[in-house]
Design a protein around this ligand. Structure first.
Ligand code: FAD
Length: 462
């Protein structure tokens, strides 16, 4: 029996549900398709995420070549490519892991229909989440829309399953022998795709992901407190690896449950947040364009294009916001605390539609994940499920004083303020920092404007 395993957002060859099934079933080919519809939408032709993906594929290629095989790489529309390749290779089965994003679901339905018409079996597996939506339901069989009861049920379900964390064996000896002259190690795929290599700060691949979790493990017990400070290395920094599947969600859960500290429990909760947002996107695909709570779409955000541009480039005159945005623009990364601060600032202080910020993050973040990003933005704008209440507006000055009290993070990213002391740096006097922009809006004034703006939903009691 010949099988084809289609890699997508699961760039690893260990603990991989679809690959495990394929390999245990017969001789297996592996394919990765650079999707022209996805790549065509990327404005930046030096996108660091492409480098991350290519580096991850190179690592896999090196491993599979040792077994006399190679990953087949293609470029185009997977709806055409996968069935054509399946016929060419004369495979009986195509296996891949489930993806819960609306575009991917639609694509996979089309691929599945074509394969069925060709008499080829197409099967998808749970892999990128620990529990899928039907596995964690309310006692009435409904979907949870609030995180804490969802988390409690998630933990109860785990407990009731006997705390089993499956590990999918991938016997590589069953890989199909191939010599592939367009293999990722030797062929210039950047050129073929119309992109240029742009080294990412994070090396792609499983080896780097496993090293990161090993380095983070001894710090996990302190995570509950340390995760709040952007100048500290208090979080795992695994999100880009998780997004691209260099590490499995089961690897994470195993690591988290291996420790008993409160810090480890908090860290596991974050992984459960990830499952929660995947489940929400899978169940309520309207959130891609609309507010989860549809009433919130009555709000007409008056913020200007100039204010949005100042936010994007990190020139708002609010040091913590500017530092965070400059960090994002340069590295493709942003600390969670700062994501909350800049998101709240955009929609509740600059009064710009949160969807513009969401789209900007989608363009810049190395770890961009539709479900988590949309969840984070809708949480910040109060339009999401289990979001912060509309009247909770982050104060960028007090957030800065609390979470970057010495001004270390600001000093690193905003050189115009590097000479200021820890007292002055959060809200600098223009006389002390003449090269730094003045605040483009008044926080206090716009706080009141925001509450008025949100009165539309306040009136409906939400
Ligand atoms: C406005 C906004 C946008 C965001 N966009 C994204 C995004 O595009 N991609 C993304 O992975 N995360 C996103 N997050 C969630 C969170 O900020 C990042 O996951 C986290 O900063 C990554 O750092 P870490 O790997 O060190 O996380 P850790 O603190 O070590 O957490 C471990 C893992 O748990 C998951 N996780 C943590 N927090 C969340 C959360 N709130 N929601 C879902 N999963 C979570 C991530 O996979 C993370 O790697 C966003 C949050 C906000 C407020």
């Amino acid at each position: 029996m010949k099988n084809l395993c289609w890699l997508r957002r699961d760039l690893r060859i260990h603990d991989h549900a679809a690959l495990s099934k394929a390999l245990s079933d017969g001789e297996t080919y592996i394919v990765f398709v650079f999707d022209s519809l996805i790549l065509g939408k990327l404005k930046n032709k030096e996108d660091k995420r492409l480098t991350f993906i290519i580096d991850s594929l190179k690592e896999i290629e090196t491993q599979v070549q040792k077994k006399g095989s190679s990953i087949l790489i293609r470029y185009g529309d997977p709806v055409e490519i996968i069935p054509t390749l399946a016929k060419e290779l004369e495979v009986k089965n195509i296996f891949c892991n489930r993806d819960y994003e609306p575009y991917a679901k639609e694509r996979d339905i089309k691929v599945g229909k074509k394969l069925t018409s060709l008499g080829i079996h197409f099967e998808q597996f749970k892999d990128s989440v620990f529990f899928e939506k039907h596995e964690v339901l309310t006692n009435q069989g409904g979907i949870y829309k609030v995180f804490t009861p969802y988390k409690n049920k998630w933990l109860e379900t785990f407990e009731n399953s006997g705390k089993i964390i499956p590990e999918f064996q991938c016997p590589l000896k069953n890989l199909a022998p191939i010599s592939n002259n367009k293999n990722i190690l030797h062929f210039d795929w950047y050129k073929e795709l119309g992109f240029k290599e742009s080294p990412s700060l994070l090396p792609g691949g499983t080896k780097a992901a496993l090293k990161r979790i090993k380095d983070f493990s001894p710090k996990m017990s302190e995570y509950g407190e340390e995760r709040n400070y952007p100048a500290k290395d208090g979080t795992s920094n695994l999100s880009t690896y998780i997004r691209h599947g260099n590490i499995s969600v089961r690897d994470l859960i195993r690591e988290g449950f291996a420790q008993k500290s409160d810090g480890a429990k908090t860290w596991v909760s974050e992984i459960i947040w990830r499952d929660f947002y995947q489940m929400i996107l899978d169940t309520f695909p309207h959130i891609v364009k609309e507010s989860f709570k549809r009433d919130y779409d009555q709000i007409k955000f008056p913020g200007t294009e100039a204010d949005f541009k100042a936010w994007c480039s990190g020139h708002t005159g609010f040091p913590i916001v500017d530092a965070a945005m400059r960090c994002l623009n340069e590295t493709g990364m942003m600390h969670n605390r700062l994501r909350m601060v800049v998101a709240s600032f955009l929609c509740k202080t600059l009064l710009v539609d949160w969807r513009k910020g969401e789209a900007y993050f989608a363009e810049k973040l190395l770890d961009f994940d539709l479900a988590a990003n949309n969840g984070g933005w809708q949480w910040s704008s109060s339009s999401g499920c289990d979001a912060q209440p509309y009247f909770r507006i982050f104060n960028p000055y007090s957030q800065s004083e609390k979470f970057d009290s010495k001004g270390e993070f600001i000093r690193h990213w905003v050189p115009e303020l590097a000479h200021l002391n820890a007292r002055d740096i959060h809200q600098p006097d223009p006389l002390l920092a003449p090269d730094y922009p003045r605040p483009i809006v008044s926080y206090e004034l716009n706080r009141k404007r925001c509450l008025d703006l949100y009165s539309v939903v306040k009136a409906s009691g939400k």
